[in-house]
Design a protein around this ligand. Structure first.
Ligand code: NI
Length: 319
């Protein structure tokens, strides 16, 4: 076995949690980032990885060994989820801020009582049936993924909240409709999602499929990709994120208000950027506010681009 084929183990710390990953030296940074996104919900463009021996100007097409990773490398990861940033964006005005606080309060309540039965939720606003395509490989895995999407507490939450009912949740065959990622038939008769990779060697990332699901759920209400559509779609994405954030905070029993939440490990990690970073941004170089604004602008552009691609690869209006 050549050295290239020996797997390397990385220990990645994020918000006080350690994740162990085993990859090959020839694997790309992009693959590492995708694995980290699965584990932490932090999208690649917001992931900041700090470790000893890190090379400058790492590209996502670089291999792990080229970037300086070795077996046993300890990595400190910084980064917020897209949704957390979206939440900050929505706090631009006082009015929106108040709305957000009220929403978060409303969101926190059901999380606490989740273990008890909740008679107030209607069984009408959900998916009636789940059907994988029987002629594609591993239909049981496809069914499991569709079931996970349908039972996703955050998805259930937005469906109840916006009174969205869908009869059938099923999948699209990549070789039959190579261009499409999602499709909503007759405003809720069926939602079809691309679950599989082009070559049928696996399934797409859960977070990506769920994002397409939010897009297609929006088509239950709005047919075209107009401003009404965009507004509701980003609202659904935000609510999904906020629900998850509230749920996470509920399980960790953190003290203090949601806005004050900043674990000490995060602060430590930020401090380390000044120590370990190749080209450190010193606190005096640029105000926190400016940096935050730049990051938000970049994130907005990225999200817009992602959404444009979804619109292009959505079959709802074309049908
Ligand atoms: Ni669409």
């Amino acid at each position: 076995m050549s050295a290239d084929m020996q797997p390397i183990e990385l220990i990645v710390s994020h918000r006080g949690v350690q994740h162990r990953l085993s990859l090959l030296p020839n694997d790309t940074i992009a693959l590492l980032q995708a694995r980290l996104e699965e584990l932490t919900s932090v999208p690649p463009y917001l992931q900041k990885l700090l470790f000893k021996g890190k090379k400058a100007n790492i590209q996502e097409t670089d291999t792990l060994s080229l970037a300086g990773f070795k077996n046993g490398t300890k990595v400190q990861m910084l980064g917020s989820t897209t949704e957390e940033l979206g939440r900050t964006l929505s706090a631009d005005t006082e009015h929106q801020r108040k709305e957000r606080i009220l929403r978060e309060r409303a969101l926190k309540a059901p999380v606490k009582v989740r273990s008890t039965s909740s008679p107030s939720t209607s069984s009408q606003y959900t998916f009636n049936r789940i059907e994988p395509l029987a002629h594609l490989p591993e239909p049981a895995s496809a069914r499991a993924l569709l079931t996970r999407l349908a039972n996703d507490p955050a998805i259930r939450h937005v469906m109840q909240r916006h009174h969205l009912a869908v009869d059938l949740l099923t999948e699209l065959a990549p070789h039959e409709q190579p261009h499409l990622l999602g499709l909503n038939v007759n405003a809720g008769q069926a939602i079809k999602l691309r679950l599989r990779t082009d070559r049928y060697d696996g399934f797409r990332l859960y977070s990506e499929v769920r994002k397409v699901l939010c897009h297609e759920l929006t088509h239950n209400v709005w047919q075209d990709h107009d401003n009404n559509f965009k507004e509701m779609n980003s609202q659904l994405n935000r609510e999904v994120a906020e629900f998850e954030r509230a749920a996470t905070e509920g399980t960790h029993h953190l003290v203090g208000s949601g806005d004050a939440y900043q674990p000490s490990s995060e602060l430590e990690a930020e401090a380390q950027t000044y120590i370990l970073g190749g080209t450190p941004i010193l606190p005096g170089d640029e105000s926190r506010e400016e940096r935050r604004r730049r990051l938000l602008e970049a994130t907005m552009k990225r999200l817009q681009k992602e959404e444009e691609e979804l619109e292009e690869r959505c079959g709802t209006t074309a049908s």
